[in-house]
Design a protein around this ligand. Structure first.
Ligand code: ZN
Length: 304
């Protein structure tokens, strides 16, 4: 009986429409819906979080993105050992991955030869974890998948390497689509003790053909000519400053590689191409190598 019920739950979970396969849906367990949402980014000008010499526009937490101000006279900015781009006015963006350690080290090298360092405290977040008693089902990748996947990954990696001139990274983001949030960032299923990959974006359920808008200014770095095996019709936009967005499962893409897009511009439409249980938008974001939660860049979902 217990086995049967577990199997039934797994079956139901696996077929919840409008989310990514393997991602727990946000409405699965009422008891989990009280998980704290990432704090919405305040409208500018925000009360800055004063570190020693740097400032951030909001406290750092796992999976979040913040805007920072480097001290006057900064000629080089290094975060966690890597050089980071910053604007002439000292502004920079900084992202913290889902499993970021409790601190991040940031150093500014100044024109007068001095170097100043701060430690940023990165608050932990709770992630939606579902423990399933069922074993994970592995299916043998098809010959077609194995043949096509390397080329798809090469396109994605090439898009991420493109450096563009865009100021979206310092804008207040807007939701690219309206609808029910059917999957949240960082959620994870554990199959009989074996963790699956965390969900790396936010899912917005919507009808096929519903419009998708640019959440901030940017440049199109990838517009799939035909559906990718997993992502389906994939669109990637670089917002500058090391920040980029990926939009998955689209039914239609309305822009092409190299296009400059403005915040609010129509860029495509929701669909269920690639691996999806139903029509939805999967919106993933990266800041350099850190996967971040798009919900930390936008406010609450506007009412329909
Ligand atoms: Zn998703």
């Amino acid at each position: 009986m217990i086995l049967l019920r577990t199997a039934l739950v797994a079956l139901l979970l696996g077929t919840i429409p409008g989310s990514c396969i393997g991602a727990p849906a946000s409405n699965v367990r009422a008891s989990q819906s009280a998980l704290p949402l990432p704090s919405a980014r305040p409208a500018e000008p925000a009360p800055p979080v004063a570190l020693g010499v740097f400032r951030l526009n909001q406290p750092a937490q796992q999976g979040s993105y913040a805007l920072g101000w480097a001290p006057k006279g900064t000629v080089r900015l290094v975060i966690e050992g890597a050089d980071v781009r910053f604007a002439a006015d000292g502004r920079f963006g900084i992202g913290f991955g889902r499993d970021h350690q409790p601190t991040a080290t940031i150093t500014a090298f100044l024109a007068d030869g001095r170097a100043v360092t701060d430690k940023i405290s990165v608050a932990p977040r709770q992630w939606r974890i579902e423990n399933l008693k069922t074993l994970r089902r592995y299916s043998q990748p098809s010959a077609e998948f194995q043949a096509r996947r390397p080329g798809e990954l090469a396109q994605i990696n090439a898009a991420r390497r493109m450096v563009v001139d865009a100021d979206g990274w310092r804008q207040r983001f807007i939701w690219p689509a309206k609808g029910r949030i059917s999957g949240v960032f960082g959620s994870q299923r554990i199959y009989a003790g074996e963790p699956g990959a965390p969900h790396n974006g936010v899912d917005v359920a919507g009808g096929t053909g519903a419009p998708v808008y640019a959440p901030a200014n940017g440049v199109v770095t990838l517009a799939a000519a035909s559906p990718f095996t997993l992502e389906g019709n994939l669109l990637m936009i670089d917002h500058g400053g090391g920040l980029n967005s990926a939009f998955l499962h689209l039914s239609r893409i309305d822009v092409k590689k190299g296009d400059v897009v403005r915040q609010g511009q129509l860029i495509g439409a929701i669909g269920a191409t690639g691996r999806a249980t139903g029509p939805h938008l999967h919106w993933g974001m990266k800041w350099n190598e850190e996967r971040i939660d798009p919900q930390t860049l936008v406010g609450a979902m506007p009412a329909p």
